[in-house]
Design a protein around this ligand. Sequence first.
Ligand SMILES: NC(=O)c1ccc[n+]([C@@H]2O[C@H](COP(=O)([O-])OP(=O)(O)OC[C@H]3O[C@@H](n4cnc5c(N)ncnc54)[C@H](OP(=O)(O)O)[C@@H]3O)[C@@H](O)[C@H]2O)c1
Length: 265
Amino acid sequence: MILSDFSRGRGAFAEYTKVSADLVWKVPDNTLAHEEAAIFGCAFWTSVQALFHPARLNMTEPPEKVKGEEWAFIYGGSSFVGMYALQLAHLAGYKVVTVASPKNWDLCKSLRADAVFDYKDPDVTKKIKDITENTLHLTFDTISQLSSQSISVNSFSPGGGKAIVIQPPQKEAEAIRSDVHIQPTLIYTSLGRQFELISTFPSSHEDRQHMAKFLKKVPGFVSAGLIKPNPVKLWDGGLDGVNAGLDYMRKGKNSGEKLVYRISA
Ligand SMILES: NC(=O)c1ccc[n+]([C@@H]2O[C@H](COP(=O)([O-])OP(=O)(O)OC[C@H]3O[C@@H](n4cnc5c(N)ncnc54)[C@H](OP(=O)(O)O)[C@@H]3O)[C@@H](O)[C@H]2O)c1
């Protein structure tokens, strides 16, 4: 695996990893097993940044609750990022609509989605517009391909709004409507230092501050059972098993789960 300069010495394919003190939180006693705590990383942070950062969707941030009834669309509720987004949006008091394969509908509902539809259903945008009574103006697309960005844009209310994506915006999707702003986000900016990934990303003090502040609240949410770990698939073999796990993911076999390895007894 080739790591770019910003992550040299900081990779996680190892027994130990270096992290900054303000970007960690203490797992409260008698709450999460190690393998459950281990999965509150990239996907969880990405959802926090996409939903609550003032320069992303700027949704009401827990423990505050949004006033009145407001819908948020989480495209891809069974992706790992999506599963945390469902929980976080619900925690902030939003009504949540999502899309996933039918086999994952119960999972999405257990993570507090109010409505879930099949992304392969040709009527999916109509169903989203119906359930939201054509009021949608907040979307987090956790898949961010052309098909997902197109469904996202087509589901907005007449007033338009903002869709946060975690892959580059697709020109064809951007061309569908001028009143929907498709904006990318990248979790590494919350590390607060400059890095190279295709282009140069400047250091962002704001992004780091936002994440560090949110992480302080996480132990309380976990203790109160307000945020639960997403499903874990334990994979045998420790670090030697990682390549087999990567192959499983490359073949698209992972669905509604994250692979976790035990690397010491
Ligand atoms: N920008 C960032 O900072 C950032 C951070 C983290 C991740 N990412 C990116 O975010 C994406 C998601 O990562 P992840 O770890 O959450 O993925 P993941 O859990 O590995 O994604 C697998 C899930 O994707 C769903 N899926 C696949 N194609 C779909 C489609 N066309 N429509 C709806 N759902 C679809 C599948 O749902 P079903 O099985 O229900 O069909 C499956 O459960 C990746 O591209 C990753 O690189 C970006």
